[in-house]
Design a protein around this ligand. Structure first.
Ligand code: ZN
Length: 407
């Protein structure tokens, strides 16, 4: 039984892979190789270590081993481990995720040279269209019954594919494991190489690799998630201020009638939304964004009765409690000065804990932050910037979220 890895074959396989996927070169060379006798195949861990069974390597051709290296590099670059954790896989779901992740990679490896040993999982094996993400394939696998192949179980790709540690995997940076920062560097470097290759037309770059690279270099962050996060942070900052007051009797007082216990009085945080209705904002677009913000507020626990919407420009026309975004009359159309609107919001009683300002940014801002109120600015549409309108720098005391589409 062979316990030593055929180093020459491992090197040849790596070069085979680099020759066919030159943009993956630094990623392919980032992995250290560790021999694990009786492993029965090849796996990767999250720190980019590649574990190989020497005996199995002897049986594989250079092309098969090289194809597997490309495949495993795909798991690492696409962060299948982190994405599996984000999904919060339940018991027995790791196998479904492994199939889905393999389908996402192999889809882009359908190169005539690809020689993966064993059966190759493709999106169509899961009854799915090509070019989608593993998350989509994963949800599809719930209705998919894998063929009964107990003799040929789906090969294990290691913790690099699903985030669950394996007994043979090393810890920390032992054996050349990459720390998280370096993994990210390799990802970014590889992504820019993919884009360069695609631009220069130097050979074929699979569409999936291009989409991946664009997402790594310019992530399309969902503003709804960011805005919800900022509102939540604002509410948390305020929720920390809790009053202990003797005004209301504690329910525990019944059990100890001779002692007056303080009641914990926690005010329900209020949120106000200030809409810039000056001529520069398209009313329809503003209404759409406002409706979404209303939904967001509900998702962070702000109920209908706690939302007030102010609509205005240089002078605030309306400030009233509304139960629906559609009840807001978007009047205005004059010059913009959000300072007036912020002042009006600060005068509301009870004072809002968080003020969300929806504006196109063509407004001056007050120099000082309003007292006792967190401000989150939702910058809607960069159109005015492109059209040459005057855009003022947003104040440092506010959190700014770019609302780039209302769709
Ligand atoms: Zn795999």
């Amino acid at each position: 039984m062979s316990e030593e890895l055929d180093a020459a074959k491992v090197s040849a396989a790596r070069l085979w892979a680099v020759a066919r996927h030159p943009y993956l070169a630094s990623a392919l060379f980032a992995s250290t190789v560790i021999a694990v006798p009786e492993l029965g195949g090849a796996t990767v861990d999250e720190a980019w270590r590649l574990y190989l069974d020497p005996e199995v390597v002897d049986q594989w051709t250079v092309a098969e081993l090289g194809s597997l290296m490309v495949h495993h590099t795909g798991h690492l670059l696409r962060d299948h481990a982190g994405r599996a954790r984000n999904l919060g896989l339940g018991p027995g779901q790791a196998e479904d995720w492994a199939l889905a992740a393999d389908a996402e990679i192999n889809d882009d490896l359908a190169h005539p040279d690809l020689r993966l040993p064993g059966e190759v999982v493709l999106p169509r094996s899961l009854g799915c269209e090509t070019g989608r993400l593993a998350e989509e394939y994963f949800h599809a696998t719930s209705s998919f019954t894998p063929p009964d192949n107990a003799d040929h179980p789906h090969p294990d790709c290691g913790s690099g594919a699903d985030g669950r540690p394996r007994p043979w995997e090393l810890a920390g940076d032992i054996g050349g494991g990459l720390p998280p920062g370096e993994r990210e560097l390799v990802q970014c470097h590889t992504a820019s190489r993919v884009i360069d290759f695609a631009r220069q037309g130097r050979g074929r770059v699979a569409a999936g690799w291009q989409r991946w690279a664009e997402e790594v270099l310019e992530p399309s962050v969902d503003w709804r998630r960011v805005l919800a996060g900022e509102i939540r942070k604002g509410l948390t900052a305020v929720a920390g201020r809790v009053d202990y007051s003797y005004r209301r009797p504690s329910r525990r007082a019944g059990a100890s009638p001779s002692v007056i216990l303080p009641a914990l009085e926690q005010p329900v945080p209020e949120v106000a939304v200030l809409c810039d209705t000056s001529g520069s904002m398209v009313e329809e677009q503003l209404a759409q964004v406002l409706a979404e913000v209303e939904g967001l507020l509900r998702s962070v626990g702000v109920g209908r009765g706690q939302l007030r919407v102010l609509a205005g420009d240089a002078t605030v026309h309306t400030a009233r409690r509304v139960s629906r975004a559609s009840q807001v009359d978007l009047v205005g159309g004059g010059g913009t000065d959000m300072g007036a609107g912020i002042e009006a919001a600060a005068r509301l009683r009870p004072r809002p804990a968080v003020l969300v300002v929806l504006t196109d940014g063509m407004t001056p801002w007050p120099a000082e932050a309003p007292k006792g109120m967190q401000v989150v600015i939702g910058l809607v549409d960069d159109g005015p910037r492109a059209r040459g309108g005057q855009v003022w720098a947003t104040p440092a005391w506010a959190r700014v979220v770019h609302v780039d589409d209302a769709a």
